[in-house]
Design a protein around this ligand. Structure first.
Ligand code: AMP
Ligand code: FE
Ligand code: FE
Ligand code: ZN
Length: 276
């Protein structure tokens, strides 16, 4: 049996692996195919594709767009993206700027609380265009301003905590459209994690192509529920570990194994779309 992991992060967002590290790990995990899905970024795709080509692993260029619909945060995965698409790069660039400003606001809030973390220090650690809360948490730990990453989220960064800053997001409908115009397939990420069940019909109407049924944080019961939804709404089925390297307790790559038949269905729909 061949397996894929279609939800992976690198240093180009909040993961700790380089694209090359990730591919070595994918090989060691026995995966036949991987997709890179950094938050609001496609920058790592070229290097990941090159690393995969060297070891004859199948690679799918992707991204995970942070979006919202009806006040619900929803992550929209794009697969088979044209990573040079001008409209995609322009829109992603705008949301990368939003992320960078938000880091400054979070640091200002921390400073108000008497925690002397500088935004420049977070940027230096993140060293990417798409920084996020995990980078703030890591910088706090590195500067011994907090004991560990969990504490950083619990005390300061979780929604509702004093250094949490809301993020301006694109609408999910725009996310789906943006992915489509860049030649990609749009998939709702981890609906069980973001509790986005109620908005599935609206996204289906907007042309959603698939739903991430298998995910680290989905129980077996959840996966079954989303498989049923996929059938009901004629959606493709995807899955992945959402590996962030050592940003989370342990690297998760390969712990969620998507049977390769689902990749074949994704590819068939992608080809069908291109030929239309
Ligand atoms: P952001 O995009 O800046 O809002 O950060 C969201 C990212 O932070 C998610 O993709 C996770 O990788 C991570 N994250 C969110 N909540 C937690 C938490 N409680 N502990 C550790 N990491 C978290
Ligand atoms: Fe993340
Ligand atoms: Fe996500
Ligand atoms: Zn993710």
């Amino acid at each position: 049996m061949k397996f894929a992991d279609l939800h992976l992060h690198t240093q180009f967002s909040d993961g700790t692996f380089t694209p090359e590290d990730l591919v070595v790990r994918a090989q060691n995990a026995g995966l036949a195919c991987v997709a890179l899905t950094d938050h609001d970024s496609v920058e790592g795709c070229e290097r990941a594709a090159a690393a995969c080509a060297k070891v004859r692993m199948e690679f799918i260029a992707g991204a995970e767009l942070t979006a919202e619909h009806d006040d619900t945060e929803v992550h929209v995965l794009g697969y088979f993206l044209d990573t040079k698409n001008a409209v995609l790069l322009e829109r992603i660039g705008k949301f990368q700027a939003v992320r960078q400003n938000r880091i400054r606001e979070m640091c200002a809030a921390l400073n108000q609380l008497g925690v002397p973390l500088q935004a420049e220090s977070v940027f230096a650690l993140a060293n990417c265009k798409s920084p996020g809360r995990p980078h703030v948490a890591r910088a706090l730990v590195r500067e011994k301003l907090i004991g560990n990453l969990d504490e950083a989220f619990e005390k300061y960064l979780k929604k509702g905590r004093p250094a949490w800053v809301p993020k301006t997001k694109m609408s999910a409908l725009e996310g789906v459209e943006l992915i489509h115009q860049a030649g990609g397939l749009a998939v709702m990420a981890h609906p069980g994690l973001n509790r986005t069940d109620d908005i599935i019909p609206d996204l289906v109407d907007a042309g959603l192509d698939g739903i991430e049924c298998f995910h680290t944080k989905h129980s077996t019961v959840m996966a079954e529920r989303y498989l049923e939804m996929a059938e009901k709404y004629h959606l493709l089925v995807t899955g992945g570990s959402d590996c962030h390297g050592f940003s989370k307790k342990q690297p998760l790559i390969g712990t969620v194994k998507l049977p390769y038949e689902h990749v074949e269905r994704l590819k068939a729909k992608h080809v069908e779309r291109l030929n239309r």
